[in-house]
Write a protein that binds this ligand. Structure first.
Ligand SMILES: CC(C)(COP(=O)(O)OP(=O)(O)OC[C@H]1O[C@@H](n2cnc3c(N)ncnc32)[C@H](O)[C@@H]1OP(=O)(O)O)[C@@H](O)C(=O)NCCC(=O)NCCS
Length: 157
């Protein structure tokens, strides 16, 4: 679980290309229900591309891992809509530093209704920024063969 003083540094408000704002914050243990609701609401092909299989929701072991990352070398973020009382999760992203400290593996997804508004790129930029601060040389992301436009390794300048 993240220590309380770490949290403010990890909060961001991002502006999407349609003017909407979303709050990006670390996933916390109490987020089980909202995270699972988000994953269940993704289209089957999005879930497949993100989790590499036909999963209806996060398997318990995976969920437990996501909820208890160390917040520095491994971090999970969610983006949620702001304002008007209700809020829903519209994206999630994760990274994990490899044991050698050189590679940083990432994965992300954006809710189908929030695609093509720049959220994915902004979340990736967040991860890139954090990875660089940790001294990582490369961001590495696995993708399915159907999603090869985003495949490969990206060297950090
Ligand atoms: C990939 C994904 C995160 C992009 O999110 P997004 O918020 O729509 O991304 P942005 O709006 O910031 O950028 C979109 C741009 O990224 C590029 N892009 C989108 N999907 C892409 C893909 N699969 N591969 C490469 N580039 C892609 C395009 O250039 C696109 O530009 P466009 O909007 O003009 O078409 C989203 O499509 C998604 O959640 N997909 C399902 C899960 C997944 O495949 N995750 C990646 C593997 S872990």
């Amino acid at each position: 679980m993240l220590p309380a003083p770490v949290l403010p540094r990890l909060l961001r408000v991002l502006r999407l290309s349609d003017g909407q704002r979303v709050l990006v914050r670390p996933v916390r243990p109490r987020d089980t229900a909202v995270l699972q609701a988000y994953v269940r609401a993704l289209s089957p092909s999005s879930r497949y591309n993100r989790f590499f299989g036909p999963v209806p929701e996060l398997p318990p072991a995976e969920l437990d891992r996501v909820l208890h990352l160390d917040g520095r070398n491994q971090l999970a973020l969610i983006a949620q809509t702001c304002g008007n009382g209700s809020s829903s999760v519209v994206a999630e992203a994760r990274y994990a530093l490899a044991p050698d400290g050189l590679d940083c593996e990432f994965a992300l997804s954006v809710a189908d209704d929030f695609r093509h508004k720049g959220l994915g790129m902004q979340l990736l930029a967040e991860i890139e920024c954090r990875a660089r601060a940790l001294g990582t040389r490369r961001l590495v992301g696995d993708v399915t063969i159907r999603c090869t436009r985003s495949s490969g390794k990206r060297a950090l300048p």
